[in-house]
Design a protein around this ligand. Structure first.
Ligand code: FES
Length: 133
């Protein structure tokens, strides 16, 4: 995997080449399984472990509300627990129907037993449920 750089200084720079967000401890991710990680200001992500390799994707399936961290890993694919659609963990491409839209994937870095994800700019759904006021 190509080397990734972090921005260790600078309190509020708006433009960084690659910002890594700490997600979890590597040991918290089950082997050949996933872990849901809640983050402020964005949809949860899922961290997957396949052998000694880690992958980070959005947790929500692009077909519906399926939590992919509860899915089943087969090879390098994650199978959604809701309707058995599947995605390639490496590319996010859908590999089994009914999934047709790609899943967002993010570079994962294991640094001293901590997993970081290159989550670029937070993307928050524009269609928010009207709640409170
Ligand atoms: S919600 Fe994932 S396949 Fe339907």
């Amino acid at each position: 995997m190509a080397g990734l750089s972090t921005t260790g200084t600078g309190s509020n720079s708006l433009q960084t080449s690659l910002h890594l967000t700490r997600l979890c401890r590597a040991a918290d991710v089950p082997e050949d399984g996933g872990l849901r990680v809640e983050l402020p200001g964005r949809l949860p992500v899922a961290v997957f472990r396949v052998g000694s390799e880690y992958f980070v994707t959005d947790d929500r399936c692009t077909h519906g509300e399926g939590p992919l961290s509860d899915g089943t890993i087969i090879g390098e694919e994650i199978v959604c627990p809701f309707h058995m659609g599947a995605f390639c963990l490496r590319t996010g491409e859908p590999t089994a129907p009914p999934c047709v839209e790609p899943l967002r994937t993010y570079a994962a870095v294991n640094r001293d037993g901590e997993i970081f994800g290159a989550l670029s700019a937070p993307h928050v759904e524009q269609s928010r449920a009207a709640h409170g006021g």
